[in-house]
Design a protein around this ligand. Structure first.
Ligand SMILES: Cc1cc2nc3c(=O)[nH]c(=O)nc-3n(C[C@H](O)[C@H](O)[C@H](O)COP(=O)(O)OP(=O)(O)OC[C@H]3O[C@@H](n4cnc5c(N)ncnc54)[C@H](O)[C@@H]3O)c2cc1C
Length: 445
């Protein structure tokens, strides 16, 4: 559960050099890295950085994310950024409750070319992964990991030997503790309600429900709430998007919402281990095979996809998200739950993959899970200055794993260039400098 708001009599400073809005993974990672960098360069310290959150640490998507950390990205810029992120997770695994158990993506023939390209890129950037091609070879690889593996029709397997998952809310609290150790103040129960700007559009003062704060720089890292902050900054809600072929997609929504369905089955977590008795890698299966439940009833004959991992109380994961359009009421978060058919589909998929999950539908847990994400006009992040002193970290729901974004933002705030963030600038919508799109059915692959 999110950390509750702190008492409302805590006094806020009237002025701060760097104000960060949002205590999720991006806001806290930025705060931690900025405090360290300021100190290292003799330019200040953590007391120059204030994080405010309308609820508390991990109250948004970061606190409920599945927590998967992977580098299965078809886009070169995403793959390079992800390698930097995995590096941070590995270096701070204890503070961040991170398990480097790896990640396995399995798919039908239609996904072979994408996963081959991803593997080639892994090799170029020095990210450890194995590629297995052919139905028999894939089945043999999976049976080496799990003797009861039984999913047919999968002809490609990309096994990331790095990556894995972190415990969502524990990791965010760990990150908050790291930032606080650097002297950062994290204030809960402070909602940003507006911005005062000068004639040039520079934000001079941030308005909150607990008083106004004069600022030098602002970082907006509000996850799915970005649309309302975007509005406060008078940024366009609709825009034309130039495509790489020069054509223009007119009048697109800048923000649309997708609901991510997730769930958990309450099996004994110790029953989900590899043949060697290790923590299993996170598994992601996309399949074109008919999906049946344990009684043989057809669940779907459309292509389907699921991901799952071992969790504290069982096995947890999700499936393809549901589009919710551009108008969506987020609060309270999460404000919806899974579709009626999700439990049937997801449990059937687990059983389709591994004999040990036969009959687990009955153990599907009715717990808080899933949540909404706000996606940009091209479904990739925007990491950029949107006013000359307002940096926006809007990850298009790619981002629990993207812990290095905050490190890069800290560099940019200090006047340095970030080649990792450069491909995610807002101007790409006007120039057509978009990211390549994969064959994956997910909006974030
Ligand atoms: C169900 C689900 C599963 C996911 N699984 C994964 C996964 O496995 N791996 C992965 O990499 N990504 C995953 N994601 C995506 C990932 O969780 C998000 O992209 C990421 O956590 C966003 O982080 P953030 O810091 O931008 O925002 P958030 O974590 O949402 O934090 C934003 C904070 O801003 C605060 N806030 C909002 N408005 C205001 C305001 N006006 N004033 C002050 N504070 C404000 C909120 O209270 C909140 O705490 C998942 C997302 C969902 C919904």
């Amino acid at each position: 559960m999110p950390t509750p708001a702190s008492s409302s009599d805590e006094r806020l400073p009237g002025h701060v050099r760097h104000l960060i809005v949002g205590a999720g993974v991006h806001g806290l990672s930025t705060a931690y890295h900025l405090a360290r960098d300021l100190k290292a360069h003799g330019e200040g310290d953590g007391s120059d950085v204030l994080v405010v959150d309308k609820t508390g640490v991990g109250a948004g998507a970061s606190g409920i994310a599945c927590g998967v950390v992977r580098n299965n990205y078809f886009q070169p810029a995403m793959a390079e950024l992800m390698a930097a992120c995995v590096d941070i997770w590995e270096r701070h695994s204890e503070d961040l409750h991170y398990h480097g158990c790896g990640y396995v993506a399995l798919g039908p023939p239609s996904q072979e070319s994408d996963l081959v390209a991803v593997h080639e890129r892994h090799q170029r950037i020095g990210y450890a992964s194995e590629l297995i091609l052919g139905e028999d070879e894939v089945a043999a690889h999976m049976r080496g990991l799990f003797a009861d593996w039984r999913a047919p029709g999968l002809t490609v397997c990309l096994h990331e030997l790095q990556g894995g998952f972190a415990q969502n809310i524990s990791a965010v609290r760990g990150l908050a503790a790291m930032a606080r150790r650097e002297g950062v103040n994290v204030a809960a129960g402070v909602e940003v309600t507006g911005f005062d700007t000068d004639a040039a559009g520079t934000v001079k003062r941030v308005l909150t429900d607990r008083g106004d704060i004069d600022v030098e720089q602002v970082v907006i890292a509000v996850g799915p709430w970005i649309k309302s902050l975007w509005q406060m900054l008078d940024l366009p809600q609709r825009l034309d998007v130039r495509q790489p072929d020069g054509s223009v997609a007119r009048d697109r929504d800048m923000w649309t919402y997708w609901y991510l369905q997730e769930g958990e089955v309450g099996v004994d977590p110790r029953s989900f281990v590899t043949e060697r008795g290790d923590l299993p890698p996170v598994l992601h299966v996309d399949s074109d095979q008919p999906l049946r439940d344990d009684d043989g009833r057809l669940v779907t004959d459309e292509p389907w996809g699921v991901y799952f991992k071992r969790d504290t109380d069982g096995v947890q994961g999700g499936a393809s998200p549901i589009p919710k359009g551009s108008e969506y009421v987020i609060d309270p978060y999460p404000s919806a739950s899974v579709d009626a058919g999700f439990a049937d589909m997801w449990s059937a998929a687990l059983s389709h993959c591994m004999g040990r999950f036969e009959g687990t539908r009955a153990q599907f847990l009715d717990v808080r899970s899933g949540g909404v994400g706000a996606f940009t006009a091209d479904n990739f992040p925007v990491f950029d200055y949107l006013r000359d002193n307002v940096f926006v970290a809007a990850d298009s729901n790619h981002g629990y794993k993207m812990i290095a974004v905050g490190r890069e933002i800290a560099c940019v705030l200090r006047g340095e260039h970030s080649s990792l963030l450069h491909p995610f600038r807002y101007e790409r919508f006007a120039t057509g400098d978009l990211h390549p799109v994969s064959h994956s059915p997910y909006p974030w692959s």
